[in-house]
Design a protein around this ligand. Sequence first.
Ligand code: FAD
Length: 528
Amino acid sequence: MRDASVGEPTGPSKHSYDVVIVGSGMGGGTLAYALADSGVDVLLIERGDFLPQEKQNWSPQEVFEGHRYANAEQWYDTEGRPFSPGTYYYVGGNTKLYGSSLVRFRREDFQSTQHEAGESPEWPFSYDDFAPYYARAEQVYRVHGDHNDDPTLPRDEPFPYPAIGHEPPVQEAADALRRLGYTPSNIPLGIDLREGGGCIRCRTCDGFPCRVLAKSDADVRCVRPAVASGTVELLTNAYVEQVLTDDTGKQATGVRLRHRRTELVVEAATVVVSCGAVNSAALLLRSANPAHPDGLANSSGVVGRNYMVHNNSIMVGINPLKKNTAEFQKTLYLNDFYTHGTADHPYPLGHVQLIGKLQGEMIKGQRPLIPKWALSQATARSIDWWLFTEDLPDPDNRVTLTADGNIQIAWTPNNTRAHEVLVREMRKILRKIGYPFVFSEGTGIEVNSHQAGTVRAGTDPTTSVLDADCRAHDVHNLYVVDSSFFPSLPVMNPALSIAANAFRVAEAITAQHRTTAGRTSPAEPTSV
Ligand SMILES: Cc1cc2nc3c(=O)[nH]c(=O)nc-3n(C[C@H](O)[C@H](O)[C@H](O)COP(=O)(O)OP(=O)(O)OC[C@H]3O[C@@H](n4cnc5c(N)ncnc54)[C@H](O)[C@@H]3O)c2cc1C
């Protein structure tokens, strides 16, 4: 495996590849894996390095208080205020720290849905078109789940592995919720709890890197096997500055990248951008050229627009008289408010799921005035939830570049009343199931783990950037396979849908490649 972290900088081994993929996260890493046996040679380019496997992986102080793995540059809001985004630059992208909740979107998510604040638009393909790729992604990411317990789940066949089950405190909450008439279900999870699997069901999974590599992240499950196959080459510490095109602008010719201190151009028959929704939009905007004066593939003016992140709140219920002994808490979700609301708000409210067990050190940054011992006492008695509500695509919520090339985010949350109702309802529920003290807090601009929508797919080239195969309307050999293609952001975790889509797009790329075989032969990289 090419790991550029040690020794002299080494560039790519060739000048030209069939496919160059920019970004090795859920989209790019999965695509590299999907292409590994397809007969094309692939260069996977990643700006970050491998995340080190070390004892600090599991230290709440190091990860949350010390921000040990935060390596993104600062972004700016529209007032010019800098903030540190919750995004990570490593082989595997954000999945190195994700919670591995690997859920399918629901059938109706692919159709248009009415919310109080407006319409959530339909996707350019249906759930049934997508279902086989979900199944493939669930196999590759080793998803554990129970196909019988959630009536909203659009599947009849069992998951690849059985649900991992609840620990006693979570089971008690599930039983109490059921007595109230709700439908608590097992979160489909990508952790290696197979017989003989490496997962030890620890407290340091959601939001932490996995020290024993037993979390199904894109690095472990896709990038490493793809590289081991011999047909995918990985170049780390390589920041792609621009996607290049020919003079007509209709054909991408490769990428310009900075690998440590060296600038290189790598040619490709097909270029795939998969940098995460914000960075992919930024890369296309930075790739403006005379044929694409407003940014690559941006004749619609839509690149960077319709940025979505979900309306999120963390909610903590505390019972001072009862310790929560759960180690692996993130096993339960509630979809009772997924498609419908309440008498006073008859629209979808959203999704509720447990998160990894909070520990005092993890929230010290948000509560600097409260002593750590008090936070530890509180979290030892808390049950901890994430509540999310769909936000709608709004062209004014967008990614742009500042005059000096930095990333700027314009973001005004929408559909917020639905979220307020969800928070209200869940607060009542937690009190009823035995948690008299309930605290909740909405998240700000820096929490963008579910970022999506900035390079949207659709059938109309005047309102979308990509076609239904995630190929740019304007550039016939340019694809985008991260969460930026989402026309809407259905209100569940996005990663499985990104992976499934990568398997789907791999077929389109392979088919296109077969019809355009006969490109330039490999040579040495060109320094510029
Ligand atoms: C703490 C946390 C918990 C989460 N939990 C869950 C969960 O439980 N379930 C779920 O479904 N989702 C979860 N997510 C979200 C999930 O991780 C993302 O939706 C997913 O990783 C997005 O995939 P992507 O391919 O769009 O982008 P990423 O995975 O972010 O990958 C983008 C990659 O591109 C690289 N890159 C960017 N710009 C360049 C450039 N110019 N040149 C070269 N490389 C570049 C980046 O370094 C990165 O590796 C979580 C996220 C976080 C941060």
